[in-house]
Design a protein around this ligand. Structure first.
Ligand SMILES: NC(=O)NC1=NC(=O)NC1=O
Length: 244
């Protein structure tokens, strides 16, 4: 059986359930989907500070997955936190939802637009588009101005997000819209109906990307940059970390 571990880098169980549902919905019937949150970390990720503090927990989850024989991983936060470090620890493929969603959008049209949560996270989305070499396809990055943990609290989230996506598509004349938060995963179908354009949820895109890499027997290359990290001591709060 193929085992994919979907890591929610924040510690909010409701989001982990939302994320699990999206991954489970698209994964192959014979594939096991395990969705987890770290025990330590930020309740949500809405700043560089939150993102930095989420990485030790992410790496703890990856290390646990390696010990239990997981075949591949999804990083289910739109900042793709700890992606490169996770690839050093992992034997199998590691795919972040931002990378997967952006790359998926490029198959569907000339340009895509991104709608993220808070305005302050827009720069990170641009940085990731640059890192992934898709800046020329990214027509814009916008926000819905809803904090991550309020997405499933605010009764007006679907209306606000529909409006934000519609105006982003119009402003950028974009062919597709990328949802800039894992917490939007459960709204993808409704948004698709309302907008009439391709709406990409990175949780589904990343899960299927990991599934296809495993199906092609492709895994992270361990000879160079993503080789296991060199042995060394980690002290203080990080003393539970060992060289893999
Ligand atoms: N742009 C975002 O707000 N992304 C996210 N923050 C989280 O806590 N999870 C996300 O996907």
């Amino acid at each position: 059986t193929v085992r994919i571990k979907v890591v929610n880098p924040n510690t909010s169980a409701a989001m982990t359930r939302n994320i699990h549902g999206a991954a489970r919905a698209v994964a192959a019937p014979g594939t096991t989907i395990e969705a987890t949150s770290p025990a330590m970390g930020p309740a949500s990720i809405e700043s560089h500070y939150d993102e930095a503090l989420s990485v030790p927990g992410v790496l703890t989850e990856i290390a646990a997955g390696e010990r239990s024989g997981v075949d591949g991983y999804v990083l289910a936060c739109f900042g793709d936190p700890g992606l490169d470090a996770a690839r050093e620890l992992a034997t199998g493929p590691v795919v972040g939802i931002a990378e997967a969603a952006m790359r998926t959008a490029t198959y569907l049209g000339r340009t895509f637009t991104v709608v993220t949560t808070l305005a302050r996270t827009r720069g990170r989305a641009w940085d990731l588009a640059e890192r992934y070499g898709v800046t020329k396809f990214c027509a814009g990055v916008h926000d819905v101005d809803i904090p991550v943990l309020e997405l499933d609290q605010d009764p007006d989230t679907l209306r606000k997000l529909t409006e934000a996506c519609a105006s982003a598509i119009a402003a950028d004349d974009a062919d597709a819209v990328v949802l800039g938060c894992a917490g939007m995963a459960d709204l993808c179908a409704d948004l698709t109906k309302a907008l009439g354009v391709p709406v990409i949820d990175g949780v589904r895109a990343a899960t299927l990307q990991v599934q296809s890499l495993i199906t092609m027997a492709l895994a992270t290359d361990k000879r160079g940059e993503y080789a296991k990290p060199p042995a060394k001591a980690y002290s203080g709060l990080l003393s539970t970390f060992t060289s893999p």
